[in-house]
Design a binder for this molecule. Sequence first.
Ligand code: 4AD
Ligand code: MG
Length: 438
Amino acid sequence: MPIDVRIENIADYVGQEVTIKGWLYNRTDKGRLQFLQVRDGTGIIQVVAFEKDVSPEVFADVVRLTRESSLIVTGVVRADKRAPGVPGGYELTLTGLEIVQIAEEYPIAPKEHGVDFLMQHRHLWIRSSRQWAILRIRATIIKAIRDWFDNNGFILMDTPILTPAACEGTTTLFETDYFGTPAYLSQSGQLYNEANIMAFGKVYCFGPTFRAEKSKTRRHIMEFWMVEPEMAYVDLNGCMEVGEQLVSYIVQQVLEKRGPELKLIERDTSKLEHIVPPFPRITYDQAVEMINELGREQGVSIEWGDDFGAPQETLLSEHFEKPVFVHHYPTAVKAFYMAQEPERPETCKSVDLLAPEGYGEIIGGGERSPDIEFLEEQIKRHNLPREAYEWYLDLRRYGSVPHSGFGLGVERTVAWICGLHHIRETIPFPRLLGRIYP
Ligand code: 4AD
Ligand code: MG
């Protein structure tokens, strides 16, 4: 009896007859010799069918297979270094075939399609090997994140998705009707995690977050996944240490677990190999100087007090081989909860981590203000409704401690690690500006 296997484990079955349940990715017709590229969700393998080696009925079925037909193939596993596929290096000599369904003419041809067409067919596009590889890497990134926190003393807290208050400013809120009063889709679980740490010490939340970003960029989507650690008795430096440990672990796990996928998408992995702690740290002041120096030729500049836009971030992050921490931004450009630097209150204990190769911000965070009067002023200054933050102010009344945290955006991290131009390929079904595709 042939053994049921999955392609990712094929190396363990050389010389044996196995069965694979999957789909036809492609077929190359050489007459009496047919090459089938079969995928099963875990990999892609070449199946070779010789007319002389199988029954006439089986061969007749082979030649009527259309792209994306579902099938169950049986064959003998051969090791061959040159064999294409993922993981590659193995081939199947066909002995049997069961057709589950002959697919209708498949709309995605192997040739290039425009992005709009591909997005409209996202439900099919995810079967393409490149999209498939990216999404497998995404899953590994998410597992690495969870493992790192679970193994380092953090406890998972699920924070709400429907919220009465904004965390990251009111301009990007998605409003919903909550039984007659407005509620917003969560922009961040941070404020709740500031409550959670006073009960659990070190926590993280990991879920979808929503921002109605009004401009079209290759780094923003409306619905993205963010992991947010929050830590009691940890300062800005401690926060950066956690960030560099986490990001390094993610990259090293992807290199270890997803070599074939990185190869398929042609990622230059030499750039990822040296992503290990420590990461460089510069102040916002230093960053401003660097931008104005490095950007002279490209016409990129910045004035002290302004927030970085994409051109400034790209410039800085192209300059470093590792991700770089930029800390102590102007208080005025950051969220209401950031702690002021006592010596220089116009700056705050905030930190962003910029990924290399021009990928820009992947982490945003910092130390939270312990000062209830300052927070009350900030709530006013940012035009936030005081009632919705009353519970948050309680956290500064009952056993307040110094604390810090940050948010790491999963999709930006996937874009960087995979070397992708646009964020839309980093999530199975991206929510983009102005239109919901499938
Ligand atoms: O810098 P942000 O806005 O920080 C916060 O939300 C904090 N409350 C997090 C915290 O301290 N707990 O967002 C954090 C990260 C960004 O660095 C970026 O990676 C990602 O979330 N991000 C987005 N990713 C994709 N599309 C968008 N529209 C994003 N907005 C933020
Ligand atoms: Mg930010």
